[in-house]
Design a protein around this ligand. Structure first.
Ligand code: NIG
Ligand code: FE
Length: 420
């Protein structure tokens, strides 16, 4: 049975973010939100049917108003559902003990090299049942939705053995099927070298390449293939082999690049034609230039820098040099335990010199590009999915100005009101 149409009228600002569905927005275009004052939307059959001023749409749908659920967005802004293109959604447990250790001087990498960090979550995730993982992750998705997020990417990488990697990806698929949100899957078997291969990391790389990637692809368990390219984790050479192997099977490369140390991860992303390079806290000038040349999207995670008490990525410079930027929470139990994407937008402005408009582009259309969904989501345009958020602020700048707050008022996912 089809849902009732929804008519949203009198939006103080209707932020359409239109015109970036073909290629991600860069440079000045990252500041163009294409705002309609006193804006309106007609949503029906899960899609956006009309976008314009309230006057235009009232005239267009004059004969059908009585069929619709009418929502008044007076004094509020209406924008595309937010997209989070980088999360580690499916995991078990939490690591507040490590947070405490870091506050007392331990570093993220020290903790990981001593068997904590990713290894700690891997142990917990291996032990968790499918059902337990599903329930824990479902709660996180609910929380994302309350922050206005309607689509997330989700990575495996807390299994580091086939059975658990598969379990994580199957849980992510079930979440996509059973939760209203869309969950897009990435295989990240190369998230860490598991303890059992510590002395033979190349053997683990071989297993990923020869045994895991072919099955991930043939069983359609993921669309993307990611690797943590970092000193002490996977070298650029190992990362290249893993990403190239994924490409042969149709998995699109992504990369955790230059997060802790400069390691030529941005350069590698450009070389392998990755759809995105993520983190980039310590990306080199040359790496930034190469990313701009090759059209690699920079997915920046200023919440991770904040939580690791590190300097943020050079977002301003990247935009000025022509890199398309997207933003993400990096939601995970170690370096960014949050689902608050709007706060990440605040941090992007305050710590990376991005403008409020750029932060919106980076969590809508550019984020959609980073997960290959820009044809369907990320802007309010006719024919796109009816993923819409009403924020309880009178103009978009106040989203960043009243920082650290959740302004989400109403969320519509695929044409259904899911948060109100
Ligand atoms: O993106 N850097 C690697 N992976 C995650 C952290 C994972 C964890 O600490 O559990 C990240 O920061
Ligand atoms: Fe990550």
């Amino acid at each position: 049975m089809s849902e009732k149409p929804i008519f949203i009228q009198h939006a103080n600002e209707l932020i359409t973010v239109k015109g970036g569905s073909e290629t991600p927005l860069t440079k000045e275009a990252m500041n163009e939100l294409h705002i309609i004052r006193d804006g309106a939307l007609w949503l029906e059959n899960g899609e956006i049917q009309a976008v314009g001023t309230t006057g235009e749409l009232v005239e267009m749908y004059a004969g059908r108003m009585s069929e619709a659920t009418v929502m008044d967005a007076r004094g509020k802004i209406v924008m595309p559902g937010l997209v989070d293109p980088h999360t580690h959604l499916v995991y078990a447990g939490s690591r507040e003990n490590e947070f405490n250790m870091r506050l007392n001087g331990a570093t993220y990498m020290d903790i990981m090299n001593n068997g904590g960090g990713i290894h700690a979550t891997t142990s917990r995730t291996r032990l968790a049942s499918h059902e337990e993982l599903f329930t824990e992750s479902m709660r996180r998705l609910d929380s994302f939705l309350k922050h206005g997020v309607t689509t997330v990417e989700a990575k495996s990488g807390y299994g580091l053995d086939w059975e658990t990697e598969k379990k994580q990806l199957e849980v992510a698929k079930r979440l996509n099927d059973e939760h209203v949100m869309d969950v897009v899957r990435t295989f990240m078997g190369a998230h860490a070298v598991p303890g059992e291969y510590k002395e033979h990391p190349d053997e683990f790389v071989r297993i990923i390449i020869e045994e895991m990637i072919p099955v991930v692809a043939s069983a359609s368990l993921a669309e993307f293939n990611d690797v943590f390219c970092e000193r002490g984790v996977f070298t650029p050479e190992q990362s290249r082999l893993i990403l190239e192997a994924g490409k042969k099977y149709g998995l699109i490369p992504k990369i955790h690049a230059d997060e802790i140390e400069p390691y030529k991860g941005a350069e590698l992303a450009a070389e392998v034609g990755a759809i995105s390079a993520d983190h980039l806290l310590r990306a080199s000038d040359e790496g930034i230039k190469r990313m701009a040349e090759e059209g690699v999207i920079g997915v920046l995670l200023p919440g991770t820098a904040f939580f690791l008490m590190a300097d943020s990525a050079r977002g301003r410079k990247m935009i000025d040099e022509g890199v398309a930027i997207a933003l993400s929470t990096d939601c995970n139990p170690g370096s960014s335990p949050t689902t608050a994407l709007p706060f990440i937008m605040n941090l992007a402005c305050m710590k990376m010199g991005m403008t409020p408009a750029e932060a919106i582009v980076a969590t809508t259309i550019n984020a959609a590009h980073a997960i290959n969904r820009a044809g369907e989501i990320g802007s309010l345009e006719v024919g796109k999915k009816a993923d819409v958020v009403v924020m309880n602020v009178p103009n978009y700048m106040q989203l960043q100005y009243h920082y650290g707050m959740n302004h989400t008022d109403t969320v519509i996912k695929s044409g259904k009101i899911v948060v109100e």
